[in-house]
Design a protein around this ligand. Sequence first.
Ligand code: ZN
Length: 487
Amino acid sequence: MEENQRDAAAAGSEAGEEALVGNVNKLMVTPPGYTGVPRKGHLIFDACFESGNLGRVDYISEFEFDLFIRPDTCNPRFRVWFNFTLENVRETQRVIFNIVNFSKTKSLYRDGMSPVVKSTSRPKWQRLPAKNVYYYRCPDHRRNYVMSFAFCFDREDDVYQFAYCYPYTYSRLQHYLDSLERKNLDYVQRELLGLSVQQRRLDLLTITNPALLSSEKEKRLVFLTARVHPGESPASFVCQGVIDFLVSQHPAAKVLRDHVIFKIVPMLNPDGVYLGNYRCSLMGFDLNRHWQEPSPWAHPTLHAVKQLIVQMSRERNVSLEFYIDVHAHSTMMNGFMYGNVFEEEERVQRQAVFPRLLCQNAPDFSFSSTSFNRDVVKAGTGRRFLGGLLDDTSYCYTLEVSFYSYMTAGSSTPVPYTEDTYMKLGRNVARTFLDYYKLNHLVDDSKPSSHMSSLDALPPARQGKRNVKNQDGEKVERRIHSIRGDF
Ligand SMILES: [Zn+2]
């Protein structure tokens, strides 16, 4: 997410509070002074694995433990992501875990969010029941906000894993990209754009009809990045959803590949993801504040992406039309976007077109939560920096998706996101490009073709508000017709 000044100040005042540097490593927690042999029920905590994060465990009683998040590497201000395993449990053992050192105060835990859990015999992640989760200001912990959750273990041989949200690791991405590569699709290219400080891959995918790359025609380009903030794992599911759709045999995907070049960097901060950080790189930088002057040694992945974008923006015949950076939001619901503000009203309206169209396609995307700003603190973000660099026919957005849930039209009950619904948002983002280009008559939709009917076959968005949305869409269309000369 894009952090505001108040969050930053609040986090800063707590800097140095915790001197935790490493993850717990197969730590068996026994009652103080206990010298006997280890027993079943003496919990063993571990976070020494990819994307793991747990810095300290305090024994309160047989039934209660205080847990401390390990701050981001080289930056104690950020403590949000956690991800650890537990074993050596006793059947029917009931325990309360208190996570006591979050660096944020506002949280979706107040609205029903809960940690995710899985175990060796039940490997699919699930959210804990919200009724077992409490979020409150605690007098015992310097009035810090504490999230407590109760859990009852049921299988002695299982290893249980708890996390802030569904993990999506660097290795998972590598496996996904490897399997994509093995398909040998001529319209997908995977390149090594650079290496991180710890020598992890910075992957770049190019998805397009190869004929388009070699042609002399003007090339329309869409650039997408994700995981600049490593703890924002939902961004990876959204990004994978975009890729899955674009490489698919769906007729809409084929039309898009024939007309548009998609460049995707699925993991902009691979070290941060690997290390289980929430917001920073290995060296403690929030990379989304360094777009103005990334250093090749301190921010090598950002430097490489920026160089590529700048170079492409200067190429003849290349028109970089969209830059979208995918994030996850810890206090808002739904998917929504941030965009830039402009002096000219007409440009403002044009910028609102894509989010409006996405709102029609994705039941979880909210146009009313979408906002446009020029905060000084966000000047170093990709959206703001590239918004200034690229010309006025380019659109730069941050796409945010809630860590927790969305509300569909006409309902007041939040629907918690799953890995699948995050990916579905990504698929809807991808197909919205076709709507956008059709609306602008850059893709021919005059002849009745099979892709129209199959698009219609996709689940309709926001059924309850269909009429309203249709009106909305017509408004957009009228506006576009009146300003088409600018495209
Ligand atoms: Zn973010």
